[in-house]
Design a binder for this molecule. Sequence first.
Ligand SMILES: N[C@@H](CCC(=O)N[C@@H](CS)C(=O)NCC(=O)O)C(=O)O
Length: 217
Amino acid sequence: MVVKVYGPDYACPKRVIVCLIEKEIEFETVHVDGFKGEHKKAEYLKLQVYGSKNWPILQDGDYILYESRAILRYYAEKYKTQGTDLLGKTIEERGLVEQWLEVETHNFNPPIFNLVMNLLVYPLVGLPNDPKVIQESEEKLENVLDIYEERLSKTKYLAGDFFSHADLRHLPFGHYLMNQMKKENMVRERKHVSAWWDDISHRPSWKKVLQLYKYPM
Ligand SMILES: N[C@@H](CCC(=O)N[C@@H](CS)C(=O)NCC(=O)O)C(=O)O
């Protein structure tokens, strides 16, 4: 049974798709245009716990999962020995991967999510943005990137000298930061973060995601 990913054009589904490609898992995608209200179709509503926009949703036979980070963990574990190992080999490596996954979720994601909403999504749907939130989020993100700079001056990737899903998770919103949000300087002024970004964003898996799924941003 081929894995189905709903809503592939959005950032959170891209987080899942890049993982599926790294893990060499066959998948197909179902395009759903939230801007046209397509998420309200009965066939999608029955998959959605919230009854609203919340992509990705993933269907693997009868098994349905949502929340991109949960999906990553699931496939990284289920196919540990297939494709790129995203978990780390020893228990110590895995501990560090888990640590940086938490940092991404609780430190990196909240400010960058606010920036994505205020600088990209709100203008797209005609809502005003909040300059105070933008400024505070930028400051918080600068602090997080300082911590990354320190870490990446010692190891090639966040959890060590191996690529893991702690790195991979940064790709969709990191891409917005470097491109659509025009905040490339935040990365470029940090030598080690800059080298790390170039490394992870040049992986064939991520290039393929960008080539296949372009809309809406
Ligand atoms: N925590 C959820 C967040 C899901 C989420 O916010 N998805 C966004 C895309 S990143 C969405 O569905 N947007 C559709 C829309 O706003 O039209 C996850 O990681 O899967």
